[in-house]
Design a protein around this ligand. Structure first.
Ligand code: 5GP
Ligand code: ZN
Length: 118
């Protein structure tokens, strides 16, 4: 069923506590933890606890969770003290865009000069 934990999903396993992660923030609906392969001094992933494969399907199935993820991205940036210098929130969607884990997640990147993308 949409939103239910998936046995083969890495991030569902992190939500369940079956795989360890360096957690920086938790809410009843979200989890934020450090990326295992950081691309910037601050590189935190914010995920909904519910399983949807990407941001668009999360938005369609559980819009409140999208708001929670984005609010938490801002809270992470403030906690990491990158809100003043600027940070980027990224949702890779699809393999062609570099998505490798198919549980919706926001990358929060900051702490270095981030070149303009678009
Ligand atoms: P995507 O490529 O799907 O946009 O992002 C997935 C991210 O998850 C990658 O940046 C990757 O480094 C990170 N990642 C993959 N496996 C693990 C893991 O076991 N633990 C943590 N903390 N991050 C992971
Ligand atoms: Zn999942």
């Amino acid at each position: 069923m949409a939103g239910e934990p998936q046995d083969d999903c890495l991030f569902c396993k992190i939500v369940a506590g079956d795989i360890p992660a360096t957690i920086v923030r938790e809410t009843p609906t979200t989890l934020a933890f450090r990326d295992i392969n950081p691309q910037a001094p601050t590189h935190v992933l914010v995920i909904p606890r519910v399983h949807y494969p990407d941001a668009a399907s999360l938005a369609a199935g559980d819009p409140d969770a999208v708001a929670d993820v984005l609010r938490e991205a801002g809270e992470v940036a403030a906690q990491e003290k990158v809100d003043g210098t600027g940070y980027r929130v990224v949702f890779n969607t699809g393999p062609g865009a570099g998505q490798t884990v198919f549980h919706a997640h926001a990358h929060v990147l900051g702490g270095r000069d981030l070149q303009r993308l678009v």
